[in-house]
Ligand binder design. Sequence first.
Ligand code: TRP
Length: 453
Amino acid sequence: MATRGSWSSKTGFILAGAGSAVGLGAIWRFPYVTGANGGAVFVIAFLLCCFFIGYPVMVAELTLGRNTEKNPVGMFNKLSGGKLRWKLVGALMLLSGFTIFAWYSVIAGWVVGYLYKTVTGQFHNVQNLDTNQVFAEFVSNPLTVTFLHALVIFMTSFVVYRGVKGGIELLSKWLMPLLFVLLILLAIRSVTLPGATEGLRFYLMPDFSKLNGQMILAAMGQALFSLSLGMGTMITYGSYLSKRENIPASAFWITFFEIIVCLTAGFVIMPAVSAMGKDFASGPELIFVVLPSVFGEMPGGYLFGVGFFILIIIAALTSTVSILEVPAAYFVDEKAWSRKKAVTVVAVVAYVIGTPAAMASGASEFWTNLPGLGTDFFTIMSTAFGDVSLSIGAFFVAIFAGWHWGIGRANAEIESNGNSFAIKKLWGFLIRYVAPITIFIVFAHVIWTQVLR
Ligand code: TRP
């Protein structure tokens, strides 16, 4: 273990796991995907996916990782006895690691840019600004977006390079609780804004006529994304976990924190959307067009704005770190590269493949309106390596843990060292049947309705 590194304590691990989970997925992605998918019904679907797919898959990933002390490729290779098809699943996770790191850093870069704008007082007179236009101008500057993208990749690499304990745990330990306090205060401000009611209604009163397959895929993708599943992050983090720790309990806390932060972020954004007269379905720009106005409506808004953007950047970093960690651990474990070389190579590749994504919101006409596709490169990349690849990854984790490796071995690993697993029957049922069948049906349905008809 000495060379691989490990978590220093139980709370250290839960915090690192929660640090991985809590990030832009909760604060940026959850509100805009909720807005684009009809509000409350989507939230219900999201919660169901967290309980019935997310939680069981998280237990499976942590267990597989701890048992083998390996990255996803090494884990599948070891436990399947070197079967090619399982190695391919590991390879897909690795690919997701590169690509998600690439596009996620673009958005984290936007947050850094918004911090800069806030600090320099550019939102001073926000009531008189068209925040949609401010955003459009910001993201269409190629130098700004590519520079900020590089900056985030660099900061992440620096933390990952320092290694598991020193880098990752430390960041998670102190700042996440503070972020949560700030979120609560902002939610209180939003909910009491004049015009908040419509947003609250949208967020809380389900309109079941809006239910459809596409939305359920989005809810599933959001659940997996925000819980850091389907890509091997939790396999890799599990590999640094000591045998003493209680996996089901840790997974419970991580899931719990993540859900709370997502829901709170919804209370910050949704009421503000209606209060500020914005469109729920604005897409990825949603929080950027709403938040500056919320800060403008509160006493001490300048300090709130600065503090909040700093904390989101840190939350994003504890997540990017956990994404980069997967390919980095692969090269270190399987290819015997030095940590420095692994991190550098992944960072450079992610920068290159992320650049078109950074340019896809107006900075480059080509990547913004891909000829013949009717959409932009960022949307394609974040759907393919966000919703789709994570669902495939989670499907195979469930099949692997539930059927191939088997719940008997999984339970033995979970209960090693005398930890008892109270809901093991339920977990076995969820991981063998509910999770994989649901993922399969949602997929089949979306392919049938979107592609074949
Ligand atoms: N869950 C993180 C967030 O919400 C992002 C993340 C980290 C992630 N590791 C992942 C997403 C693995 C998918 C897979 O910000």
